[in-house]
Design a protein around this ligand. Structure first.
Ligand code: PHE
Length: 334
């Protein structure tokens, strides 16, 4: 079959050349018709018939050959239908996408919608509206990838957290707001097993009348149990973020050893998974929400960390290396 396949185009080409040579506009037969005008009247009729006859015969021959080629192209007589099909390699979802989808699914079940925002942010949305004082260390060159330094209009930078989307959503919507914001964030950090300059976060925000810290706790407990199993426990430790007051960090009972102690939880039985708190009234005001009427909570987590705990992945760099031996382990998962 392969031989015929490669043979036919060559023969077809010959046939086409033959057609051009005899039947083409400047072909031999056309020349004969031109000469025909000079033929003496006595034999003109007879010559005319013969010329037309010749032209028809040549056309017939060409058609015959053409149909032969078409036939042999159509009949895949030599195709062995019992041969296995060509292998079509399917990709699989990246573990970070699997976990991000799962986080979205868990929160959408309790009424959270998904919002996204730009990765290149201005100073207002990444810092100022979020109550970062001008001299706050997070604005420092060491943490932030600045794109443009501009004293008058504010710096432009790669967002350092998805809290910037919190600001954008509050600015353009009226409470109640119940949304999560998944996305990529960027920090100027040395790449190691535990840190990377690009990583992924999911931030959550709930704003309404009478939202309390108890609502935050219950929401996070629900999330931890859905994500890591019914027996998962949480604990909140006081912390500090400029945009929440009070602020806390949340640990879960270690999902690897079940709280008994292992090297993932550094033998404490607990691992930190997110930051959270009540939205600072200054932030609400900055975003045009009446802080005397509304309260809210926010939380933010790193998807890399949740994925590490979920799958027992010990080195963050694996996520970005695109090593098929790593990625193939997640085949079939969503
Ligand atoms: N934006 C914080 C961070 O990147 C996380 C956070 C979000 C904390 C919302 C509190 C509330 O570390």
């Amino acid at each position: 079959m392969h031989e015929i396949d490669s043979f036919i185009p060559e023969q077809k080409e010959h046939l086409e050349q033959f057609r051009i040579k005899y039947l083409g506009k400047k072909g031999i037969i056309q020349d004969l018709f031109a000469d025909f005008k000079t033929v003496v009247p006595e034999i003109r009729k007879e010559m005319g018939v013969k010329l037309n006859d010749l032209k028809q015969k040549v056309q017939q021959k060409i058609d015959e050959h053409k149909s032969k080629f078409d036939e042999s192209e159509d009949t895949n007589a030599d195709t062995d239908l019992t041969l296995p099909a060509e292998f079509n390699e399917l990709g699989s979802r990246h573990p970070l996408s699997i976990v991000r989808n799962e986080i979205i699914s868990i929160f959408s079940r309790i009424g959270y919608i998904v919002n996204e925002g730009p990765e290149i942010e201005d100073d207002w949305h990444n810092f100022t509206a979020l109550n970062f004082p001008p001299e706050h260390p997070a604005r420092d060159m060491q943490d932030t990838f600045f794109i443009e330094k501009n004293k008058e209009q504010g710096d432009i930078a790669l967002r350092t957290h998805t809290s910037s989307v919190q600001v954008r959503v509050m600015e353009r919507s009226k409470p109640p707001i119940r949304a999560i914001f998944p996305g990529r964030v960027f920090r100027n950090e040395a790449i190691s097993a535990r840190a990377h300059c690009i990583f992924h976060q999911v931030e959550g925000l709930y704003i309404d009348k009478n939202v309390s810290f108890a609502d935050l706790k219950q929401t996070l407990l629900y999330f931890a149990k859905e994500m890591f199993g019914e027996s998962t426990q949480i604990r909140l430790r006081p912390s500090y973020f400029p945009f929440t007051e009070p602020s806390a960090e949340m640990d879960i009972s270690c999902s690897i050893c079940g709280g008994k102690g292992c090297n993932i939880c550094k033998y404490t039985g607990w691992v930190e998974i997110l930051g959270c708190g009540m939205v600072d009234p200054n932030v609400l005001t900055n975003c045009g929400i009446d802080a005397t009427e509304y309260t809210g909570f926010a939380f933010g987590m790193g998807i890399e960390r949740i994925t590490m705990l979920r799958y027992g992945i010990k080195d963050l760099r694996l996520y970005f290396e695109n090593d098929l031996r790593f990625l193939k382990q997640f085949e079939g998962a969503y």
